[in-house]
Design a protein around this ligand. Structure first.
Ligand code: MN
Length: 339
């Protein structure tokens, strides 16, 4: 069978690899139908993902049809349509013991720390498998994982009905966060530098969009909040200055969610946090958010079809990466078909 492997930075190949077999009674073999390309896959490709070890079969956003099940995986049947949670944790450390396995001290994500899902068949633990109940468009299975990131961000920011929320950045994660926040009944202002991405945000129900090349974001926040400052800010731009700006724009008692993995420090004074008693939280991967996303996909309360702007056969992965590099303003989520 074939797999997409990054053998070293800037070298991606369709390789022949061994088809997986059931090795433990908890194993489930999945015939992959679709996989989404994420910024972190691109980071592994171009050598900027510090967590990557080469060679690596990439892909952490994927799903497919169950092909074979181990004897302990009784709740999963051959033919089930499933999405796969890429988070693998130890179950023993402090974070795992208090139910936050997504920040396990020896965390591994499929497609990053270990081989991932961009291959025709993959073997995963039954714990990581999440079933769709109804007939569902297989090409959207890959969209579940990015939505779990949006769900986790909403949960970390305690976003709920009536909250005013600023989302900085209208890429895939910003849009997933928006879609989930709207489902929860929040009022959302979303900002970006790409008009096409803000158009998608409008279709997802954004209350206000700001094209930052043409409009001052701080002024728009003042208008949106009657100069109270923003109660909740989600920073998906993740630069040094976007974090600094979030602290400035937050209202007293506000909450800020950060998701960046850059290690260059931002300049934030303690007084700015103390005076407003801000809550600043990180959000990483997802903690048991798959089932809620699957449910919301099935009930059509979320709109993953708006996120999927492109789809390519997996053998065309080089062309897909080229398109993302050359026309980043057009691509929100590139989905690879493995069928
Ligand atoms: Mn991703």
């Amino acid at each position: 069978m074939k797999a997409i492997k990054v053998t070293k930075p800037f070298n991606i190949e369709i390789c022949e690899v061994e088809r997986p077999e059931i090795k433990s009674p908890d194993d489930v073999i999945i015939k992959v139908t679709s996989g989404g390309i994420c910024g972190s896959d691109i980071g592994i490709f171009n050598g900027t993902n510090s967590l990557a070890i080469y060679p690596r079969i990439i892909g952490h956003e994927f799903g497919g049809i169950v092909e074979e099940v181990g004897e302990n995986a009784t709740e999963i049947k051959v033919g089930d349509k499933v999405a796969v949670d890429p988070v693998v944790s130890c179950g023993q450390c402090y974070a795992c013991r208090i139910g936050r396995h997504n920040v396990c001290s020896s965390l591994e994500a499929m497609g990053v720390h270990r081989d991932g899902g961009f291959r025709e068949y993959v073997s995963v633990n039954k714990r990581n498998v999440h079933k769709f109940n109804e007939d569902f468009d297989s090409s959207l299975l890959a969209l579940v994982e990015p939505y779990t990131i949006g769900m986790q961000i909403n949960s970390r920011g305690q976003i709920s009905k009536g909250d005013k929320v600023l989302i900085v950045g209208s890429g895939a994660i910003g849009l997933c966060t928006l879609d989930v926040a709207k489902r929860k009944g929040a009022e959302v202002l979303i900002a970006d530098i790409v008009p096409e991405k803000l158009e998608v945000a409008k279709k997802m129900g954004a209350n206000r969009t700001v094209l930052v090349s043409e409009e001052n974001l701080e002024k728009a926040v003042d208008e949106f909040t009657n100069k109270e400052g923003m109660p909740v800010i989600v920073d998906t731009v993740c630069s040094q200055s976007s974090f600094e700006d979030s602290v400035k724009m937050a209202s007293p008692a506000g909450r800020i969610v950060v998701i960046g993995l850059i290690d260059t420090p931002s300049q934030i004074a303690q007084a700015d946090i103390t005076k407003k008693e801000l809550t600043i939280v990180g959000s990483r991967l997802n903690c048991n958010k798959f089932d809620e996303v699957v449910e919301a996909f099935e009930s059509k309360e979320l709109k993953p079809e708006l996120l999927k702007t492109h789809s390519f056969d997996f053998t065309q992965v080089k062309d897909a990466l080229k398109l993302i590099e050359n026309e980043p303003e057009k691509v929100i989520k590139m989905v690879l078909n493995f069928d």
